[in-house]
Unconditional design. Structure first.
Lengths: 321, 123
């Protein structure tokens, strides 16, 4: 019976304790609720484990402490709760700071990559620009060289043209001088022949060609560029005429040198041959047996390049059969 | 010899009186240890916050420490222990607040720094 009473007493004490523990405490419950909110916070609930444990212990100590110490324990519990909240928030901020440091590293890394890429692009651009400049310089050099060559060629051509013009001018002057000298020569020869007109006239020089005798009347027998026989020449032909009166045929052929127009030379040679023919006819040679032709600069007997040769080529030949 | 209530109660009272100095020594040691902890916590809080004289929590902790030391002088060990625990909590709160402010500043600085870096990177 005594044991039964003890058991009932213990059960009553236990129930009383439970009831006391579950009894609402308007000062402690808000602290518990605040701690529960901190524990349930998705961002802070896992942080600051030790300060949260200390806060929980401090809150529990309020209920278990002496009544006289309750205000002091309540204050400690509030302080510990605030410490836990601050510590959790601090830890979260430290994690954010770490994350920001990692972001900074990533930004710097990306910036470094971009700078490297930019440097690579710049180097490539500079290389291309240098290549373009080099090509441009080469092209300009080639252009300058071609222009220089063109200038040199133009200068050479101009110089050649000048030299050619000068040479032509000199040739023309020389020819003019030569013609002048030839004219003077002829005039002097005529003057000489005319001076000898009073002397005994002699037939023109003769040579034998095949079965024909060929008499050559020198070009000096005529005035320069003219077809009129001088006095000496007429006398010489008059001296020849008696020898030709019995000839069967007489061919008078006029020739000129190679200077001047071909047609003019041909006409002059023909006129001179005709003048000789008329002189022979006038001297008594039957006209029917004498024919005159002009052959211009054909059949030269000497070099037309020299004044002496050209003088010999200017002639009238009397071929007698 | 039988133990009667008249014999047991005086014996128990004697034992308690004999053990009282031992309990008193434990309470004093506990109070002293708490005061040492408070002093260390105050040093930490002051080191964290050089301008801590203006910190309300720090000032409160110092006041409570003085009160605890006064209780020690008057050999009121339990009161000294409670005051020291209060002072300890205030000192730790001061440190926690300082750390929180520093952490906020650090995050703000890093945010600004990263924003500058991003702007620089975009240019």
């Amino acid at each position: 019976m005594t044991r039964q009473w003890w058991a009932v007493a213990l059960l009553g004490l236990a129930l009383a304790g439970t009831a006391s523990a579950q009894r609402a405490d308007p000062e402690v419950d808000p602290l518990r609720a605040e701690l529960a909110r901190l524990d349930a916070d998705p961002s802070l609930g896992e942080l600051a484990g030790v300060p949260r444990l200390q806060a929980r212990q401090a809150i529990d100590a309020v209920a278990t402490g002496r009544r006289r110490e309750r205000p002091q324990r309540l204050e400690i519990a509030r302080l510990r709760l605030e410490i836990a909240q601050a510590a959790a928030e601090t830890e979260l901020l430290q994690r954010q700071a770490d994350q920001l440091d990692r972001e900074r590293d990533q930004i710097l890394l990306e910036a470094s990559r971009r700078e490297a890429e930019q440097a690579r692009r710049d180097a490539e651009r500079l290389r291309r620009e240098a290549l373009l400049r080099e090509e441009e310089a080469e092209r300009m050099g080639q252009l300058a060289e071609s222009e220089r060559l063109a200038r040199e060629q133009s200068a050479a051509e101009a110089e050649a043209a000048t030299a050619e013009a000068e040479a032509a001018r000199r040739v023309a002057a020389a020819r003019s001088r030569e013609a002048e000298l030839a004219r003077r020569e002829a005039e002097l020869a005529n003057a000489l022949l005319e001076a000898d007109a009073g002397a005994a006239a002699t037939p023109p020089p003769r040579r034998r060609v095949g079965n024909r005798d060929v008499y050559t009347v020198s070009g000096s027998a005529f005035g320069s560029g003219r077809a009129q026989l001088g006095t000496a020449a007429q006398a010489s032909l008059a001296a020849l005429a008696p020898q030709l009166r019995n000839a069967r045929s007489i061919s008078v052929t006029g020739y000129s040198d190679s200077q001047g127009d071909d047609n003019a030379n041909l006409a002059l040679s023909r006129q001179r041959a005709e003048a000789v023919r008329q002189a022979l006819v006038a001297a008594g040679v039957p006209a029917a047996r004498v024919r005159a032709v002009g052959r211009g600069e054909a059949d030269p007997v000497a070099d037309n390049a020299t004044a002496e040769g050209r003088a010999r080529n200017r002639r009238v030949e009397i071929s007698v059969e | 010899m039988t133990l009667t209530r008249r014999k047991i109660y005086p014996a128990a009272l004697g034992l308690l009186l004999a053990a009282a100095p031992a309990f008193a020594i434990d309470a004093r040691a506990l109070a002293e240890a708490e005061i040492v902890r408070v002093q260390q916590a105050l040093q930490t809080a002051q080191a964290l916050s050089p301008q801590g004289a203006a910190d309300e929590a720090l000032r409160r902790s110092q006041e409570l420490l003085l009160a605890a030391e006064d209780a020690m002088q008057r050999r009121r060990w339990r009161d000294a222990t409670g005051l020291a625990q209060q002072a300890q909590a205030w000192a730790e709160l001061s440190s926690a607040r300082t750390r929180l402010l520093r952490a906020r500043d650090a995050v703000e600085q890093r945010n600004a720094r990263n924003a500058d870096l991003r702007r620089e990177a975009v240019r």
